[in-house]
Design a binder for this molecule. Structure first.
Ligand code: SF4
Length: 723
């Protein structure tokens, strides 16, 4: 038995691991206790990797649909057949009839997305989709509308206050520095950081907060506007910073005038005093940050929520200033220069191509994935006819499952790259079997890219790790790395690949990396090509097999450049219009007659969400509990464990209720991206229940980014008869 130092690639927390290997097989994965940041932290998903590698249901051979199921097909034959079909579709319908969806699974290798992106560019299709336009898309749009600071937020750098809105770092590793989120929070709390939480659920992190607001869901916009209102009314803003770097203060004051603590307290069902107190504590603390999880964006306009968050950060001056060291710098990408100055806003939508559905466009968060089903089903020349889906499960994770299934079944070609036969893979014409992460080399390039975005994933300081492949794929398997599949398709199609460079500044010119289309590069060579120009040479990172911090004390924020005239816009007219509309909606309570509960989406620790519902993680709980407050259950004469029907205006699902006293009353909380297609409805105890079926593509939470409403869904709950 040997021990190999590596890191987990099952999520963006990138835990350093020690992997025990025997006879070429993974035996056990454990956290690396010698690491000061992670301190040996791993989660059950990371520790389950050996079981996943050896799982009897793992897809080890490529599959091709035939009349009565799937048959094995070799990699060369599959690639040639798929390329031929793509060529026919492109010749008949044009390049934009081919779409690519690179989902969360692409994060397991930094090569996957660059190679598929290059393939799409090479065939001339702009139809690249990602979860970016569903998972907190507003961060990208808000940054464009508000303007970007040319240095990072204070963020995790010595925070005096953290305001988490619908975010739970214990589950998502978002909102506390990557590593061991609980330990990081404890250390900050010991140092005196104030933790403020807004969440309709008393979550793990809310229990540690000094102040927790537990509002009705769907009112984050008005709450944020109220915090701004209090800051302005009580003169709690950083006047010097705002005067020098922002414009629109008086327009902003007028726009939030109706969001008084009393009015918002009525809409959100919280005490007005707690809104005032939260605003004061946030503004008076000094340094800090606000992290919004998916919850606020699922049920409100993600763009408006994140825009108001940026306005609050600017009003309190939460941006690194001239002379400060930048702790969170990229390592495997170029870094800096940084300046204490604002870039003026730029368009957030109307970029690139126009979609065929609902007048949507490309935005700074990408194309609208939430409505891709409509792009497939619509009539006309913009119809999508082929979809390559990598590392994702749209049947469970895109809104409106019924419409999504209809769309996938309408495609002329659906190729799914996935190590398991998910409900989406079962709809595919071809399933390509990829390796699992410990079977490939990897490096923390995506994490560097993400801290540039910026988001609240990733460590508080510059960190990098490289790992060789730890084991070979199982003997006799045909697995093909995702990037190689893209490369082989390009070769079959006769198109050259040029990888897009990742860069610190969004406006930096793309420097293409030409791929050798005669002699296929190795994975190691391809990784090295993506790290060209990195702040720290890849060879230096490789010298630290356990990973390392790579601080750069000399990389400081420069003073504002002479003649610089960029300024933030803290009262963007479109956002202020959206705010006024949100207030109007609050005044006229939504007609939810017949649907007295609100469904919100949560994440649970022991689930691989959409990938695999299996005892290696779910501890033999296969169903997707519908959590409700015990008093709501009592009012409905239900007991924990009872089967129910949950209905929305769109559809209904069956589920099993469980008691959750930490929820507000009036809510139903379920894990998203769960369950199966309608054919499995009778087996809801064994397969789980899919909340995506309760959503409709006709109801946008965020019209700018084309994001359907995913949270705060009006639903009814009834006992399921005869079960
Ligand atoms: S938190 Fe879990 S899944 Fe994520 S990197 Fe760590 S061990 Fe892997």
């Amino acid at each position: 038995m040997t021990e190999v130092r590596s890191f987990c690639r099952a999520c963006l927390n990138s835990c350093p691991t020690i992997v025990e290997v025997e006879y070429g097989r993974l035996l056990r994965v454990r956290g690396d206790k010698t690491n000061d940041i992670w301190d040996g932290y791993t989660c059950i998903k990371g520790r389950a990797q050996p079981d996943l590698h050896a799982h009897p249901n793992r897809v080890l051979h490529h599959l091709k649909r035939v009349d009565d199921g799937f048959v094995r097909v070799g990699a060369d034959a599959a690639t040639a057949e798929i390329a031929a079909k793509l060529r026919t579709i492109i010749d008949t319908h044009g390049p934009r009839s081919v779409a690519y969806y690179g989902a969360t699974g692409v994060a397991q290798s930094p090569l996957t997305d660059p190679f598929f992106g290059a393939l799409m560019r090479a065939v001339g299709s702009p139809m690249r989709f990602s979860p970016n336009s569903i998972d907190k898309p507003g961060r990208h749009l808000a940054r464009a509308l508000h303007g970007a600071w040319m240095a990072p937020l204070q963020g995790y750098q010595d925070p005096d206050v953290a305001l988490l809105i619908g975010a739970n770092p214990y589950r998502t590793y978002y909102g506390a520095a990557a590593g061991n989120p609980g330990r990081w929070l404890s250390q900050r709390l010991d140092e005196g950081m104030e933790l403020l939480v807004i969440d309709p659920r008393r979550s793990d992190v809310a229990k540690r907060a000094s102040l927790h607001l537990q509002p009705r869901p769907g009112h984050d916009v008005e709450i944020l506007a109220c915090l701004i209102h209090v800051l302005l009314a009580e003169d709690l803003i950083d006047h010097e910073f705002v005067a020098e770097n922002a414009e629109g203060l008086e327009d902003l004051r007028r726009a939030v005038a109706r969001c008084t603590p009393e009015a918002v307290a009525g809409w959100a069902d919280v005490a007005p005093e707690s809104l005032v107190e939260l605003a004061r504590r946030f503004a008076r603390a000094g340094r800090g940050y606000i992290a919004c999880g998916v919850g606020p964006g699922f049920s409100n306009s993600s763009t408006l929520v994140e825009y108001l968050v940026l306005v609050l950060e600017t009003l309190t001056g939460h941006w690194l200033r001239a002379g400060e060291v930048v702790d969170r710098v990229p390592t495997l990408l170029p870094a800096g220069p940084y300046f204490a100055q604002a870039q003026s806003p730029k368009p957030a939508w109307g970029l690139g191509i126009e979609m065929g559905f609902a007048g949507l466009t490309q935005t700074s968060a990408g194309l609208p994935t939430g409505t891709l089903a409509e792009e497939i089903l619509q009539q006309g020349h913009k119809k999508v006819r082929a979809l390559i889906c990598v590392g994702g499960n749209p049947v469970l994770s895109w809104p409106d499952q019924t419409r999504v299934l209809e769309a996938l079944r309408d495609l002329e070609l659906l190729v799914v790259v996935d190590p398991f036969m998910t409900p989406t893979a079962r709809e595919a014409h071809y399933v390509i079997a990829p390796p699992l992460p410990y079977e490939t080399p990897g490096m923390t390039l995506l994490q560097d890219h993400i801290i540039n975005t910026p988001t609240f994933y990733g460590p508080a300081e510059a960190w990098a790790q490289y790992t060789d492949a730890v084991v070979d794929p199982p003997a006799g398997s045909d697995v093909l790395p995702e990037w190689e599949f893209a490369y082989d398709l390009a070769r079959e199609l006769g198109v050259p690949l040029e990888l897009g460079a990742m860069s610190v500044t969004p406006d930096a010119p793309a420097v293409g990396i030409k791929v050798d289309m005669v002699n296929k590069p190795t994975a190691e060579e391809s990784l090295a090509s993506l790290a060209v120009g990195s702040r720290v040479p890849l060879d230096e990172v490789k010298r630290h097999p356990s990973g390392s911090t790579f601080p750069s004390p000399s990389l400081r924020v420069g003073a504002k450049q002479d003649g610089w005239s960029g300024r933030f816009d803290i009262a963007n007219s479109s956002m202020m219009g959206d705010l006024a509309a949100a207030v109007e909606r609050s005044d006229a309570a939504e007609d939810d007659h017949g649907f007295p509960f609100r469904l919100i989406m949560i994440r649970e620790q022991n689930q691989f969400n959409s990938t695999l519902n299996d005892p290696i993680m779910n501890r033999n709980r296969f169903h997707n509990p519908a959590y409700m407050h015990p008093e709501d259950l009592a009012d409905l004469a239900l007991r924990p464990g009872d089967p129910v029907t949950i209905s929305s205006r769109r559809s209904h699902i069956r589920a099993i209720v469980e008691a959750e006293p930490n929820l507000r009353r009036g809510l139903v909380a379920m894990s998203f991206a769960y369950g199966g297609p309608p054919e499995t409805d009778d087996a809801f105890r064994e397969v789980g229940s899919p909340p995506s079926r309760l959503l409709t593509l006709a109801d946008f939470a965020d019209p700018h980014v084309g994001m359907p409403r995913i949270g705060d869904i009006p639903v009814a709950v009834e006992r399921l008869a005869a079960h």
